[in-house]
Design a protein around this ligand. Structure first.
Ligand code: M6R
Length: 615
């Protein structure tokens, strides 16, 4: 993961880089660092922990920075070497003349390190990145040309990298290179930028060049040149970012996560907007290019995703199979990559990703494309690397999600799957019009129902307080809400560090029941009218008989439940098939309030990053 930014230009270099790193903080927050060219010296500042520490460090040293003209910055998510100042980027060569920031993993760093140590290089850190500094410095010693030195060096690297390099003797020149890690150039007037992602530059320029794998960028304040690894100039298109910079504000909420949970009704309205405009009319998915040729041969759908997006994919499978009868496989991207898949030109492969930058999913999608599958990407970032691989696109339009724990993007993914499933059912004519119209009608009602959940969270907060001292939880459900159980448990784990596991309720008696006693609360999701409601209720009774504390999440108004369960979290009535889009909300809130009561860092939980750009 990690985020990088480079800048050469007339603005205050320190502010531009710190501002850019703030926008990239979602990519990691173990440590941060900056190298600035100032009065022909390269000055380095590094701090451990959140970016605020680097900001304070620079503030304290501001008087020492006189005329900065260019610089590179980095925010780290540790892969090789623990989070520490010595492992923080930028890294330098032995004599300190060359600095490097890097995002990715160098797989052959041990071999390279050995060769470089034998040449006399002195290593200071445990990182894989440091080999790049020594390698480029070694090449520079021979060529005295930084661009050439970077080109020669990257040919020796195996793995993934987005790197920015500066050398004391190459004034205001930043050389960038990428392979399997995102990097783009922001083109300005008298200033240019290199960054991992667009939010870092959008405040200054909308003109963007996306670097492809194995391309090298040579950037000064007046020039941007892109070459391949052999030095041949590549003519690149300058694209204009289609969005305005957004001020990231919590709008009075204590955390971004809480704000984003509360945004969900509007997010759903946004997703539906323009796609479902009249329940009697077919769904319109403008950027889905499934023409008749593709549809005629389509015999299978594969959905590939990670984490929360994988849970949305499980709901998607349920919906598409139920509505259209097309068989759907769901697979974690990291698993798809390393097996012989059955993807071929008659497969529709759907990649789901909030960020559009998840390395595992990008690799899986590239493999699917090599097999000539039609690729549909569902993402919140239509400007992402993943979106640029898409044959068809469903943009989520959920707005920037800052909190590491995905909430509103999950709901937007679910709603996108409802629309896609209906769209396929309409093409295949597989369901009664009246049934589809009812589903569409219920979809339109959803935002208001979620608003009513959000309007009074007192029972959820009380439940959170009551259960925040428990060390383990089991979440159970059956059918379409199994994904909700998995997602609810993931939310709790991510932000409170409490061990929570989601199970198919019917599986409880096949093993997990052995763990049940008064220390193991069981949270069950039960929607009356659903075909498995009574069965899940029986599973809860079985848990109660083993002294487990019980929490129900239900739309049932049956007062008898209050005698069986320790807490009943109630949601408005909704047909079971639509319920995942609302049952997720109280579970997000429960996780949020538990983490908040425990004093955890809700928006930036330990060890995580918003965008996982390493495999
Ligand atoms: O950006 P993506 O949706 O591809 O990210 C996938 C996962 O890394 C992500 O959902 C992760 O599990 C979140 N932290 C969930 O809250």
């Amino acid at each position: 993961m990690c985020g990088i930014i480079g800048y050469a230009g007339y603005r205050d270099v320190v502010s531009v880089i710190l501002n850019g790193l703030t926008k990239l903080e979602y990519r990691g927050y173990d440590s941060a660092g900056i190298a600035i060219r100032d009065d022909n010296q390269i000055k380095i500042y590094k701090t451990l922990g959140k970016l605020i520490n680097l900001k304070n460090e620079l503030e304290a040293n501001r008087a020492d920075i006189k005329n900065p003209t260019s610089g590179i910055g980095h925010i780290r998510w540790a892969t090789h070497g623990s989070p520490s100042i010595v492992n923080a980027h930028p890294h330098t060569c032995t004599c300190g003349s060359l600095v490097v920031v890097h995002n990715g993993i160098i797989e052959n760093y041990k071999q390279l390190r050995e060769v470089l140590i034998n040449k006399g290089c002195k290593f200071k850190s445990q990182t894989d990145t440091e080999v790049i500094a020594h390698l480029v410095a070694d090449e520079y010693g021979q060529t005295k040309d930084l661009e050439k030195a970077v080109r020669n060096s990257v040919k020796k690297l195996q793995g993934a990298y987005a790197v920015c390099v500066m050398h004391k003797k190459a004034p205001d020149l930043i050389v960038g290179a990428r392979k399997h890690a995102p990097m783009l150039i922001g083109v300005g007037d008298g200033e240019n930028f290199i960054a991992s992602d667009t939010p870092a530059i959008i405040e200054y320029t909308k003109k963007t060049i996306y670097l492809e794998d194995n391309e090298i960028a040579v950037v000064t304040k007046d020039k941007v040149k892109i070459t391949d690894v052999d030095g041949n100039e590549v003519n690149k298109k300058v694209e204009i970012l289609p969005w305005e910079p957004v001020a990231l504000s919590k709008l009075g909420y204590k955390h971004f996560m809480l704000k984003e949970i509360h945004e969900q009704p509007d997010v759903i309205r946004n997703v539906l907007n323009g796609k479902l405009y009249d329940i009697e009319q077919p769904i319109i998915l403008g950027e889905v290019k499934l023409n008749n040729d593709i549809l005629k041969k389509l015999n299978k759908i594969q959905i590939i995703a990670c984490g929360t997006s994988l849970h949305a994919a499980l709901v998607g499978k349920y919906l598409i199979e139920d509505f259209s009868g097309i068989s759907v496989e769901v697979e974690a991207s990291s698993e798809y990559i390393y097996r012989k898949s059955t993807t071929d030109s008659s497969t529709l492969v759907i990649g789901v990703s909030q960020s559009g930058e998840t390395a595992d999913t990008i690799t899986a999608i590239k493999q699917a494309k090599e097999k000539n599958a039609h690729v549909l990407i569902i993402t919140n970032r239509p400007d992402s690397n993943m979106a640029r691989l898409a044959d068809s696109l469903i943009p989520l339009n959920a707005g920037i999600e800052v909190s590491v724990a995905a909430t509103k993007s999950y709901t937007a993914q679910l709603i996108s799957f409802y629309l896609l499933a209906i769209y396929l059912a309409e093409i295949k004519n597989s369901l009664e019009q009246s049934y589809l119209q009812n589903i569409k009608h219920e979809l339109v009602q959803l935002p208001a129902k979620i608003e009513s959940v959000l309007a009074d969270t007192s029972v959820i907060q009380a439940c959170a307080r009551k259960f925040s001292s428990f060390k383990n939880f089991i979440y159970i459900a059956r059918g379409i809400n199994l994904a909700t159980a998995l997602e609810g448990a993931l939310k709790l784990k991510e932000i409170s560090y409490i061990n929570a596991t989601g199970y198919a309720a019917g599986e409880l008696k096949h093993g997990p029941i052995a763990m049940l006693d008064e220390t193991m609360p069981v949270l069950s999701i039960m929607i009356p009218g659903g075909i498995t409601y009574e069965k899940v209720l029986s599973n809860c009774e079985e848990a109660k008989a083993r002294n487990a504390k019980l929490i129900a999440l239900t739309s049932s108004t049956d007062e008898k439940l209050d005698n069986i369960f320790d807490v009943v979290l109630r949601i408005p009535h909704v047909p079971e098939i639509l319920s995942p889009a609302i049952t997720c909300v109280p579970l997000q809130l429960l996780a949020y309030y538990i983490a908040e009561f425990l004093g955890k860092d809700v928006d930036q939980p330990r060890n995580l990053a918003k965008s996982v750009t390493v495999e």
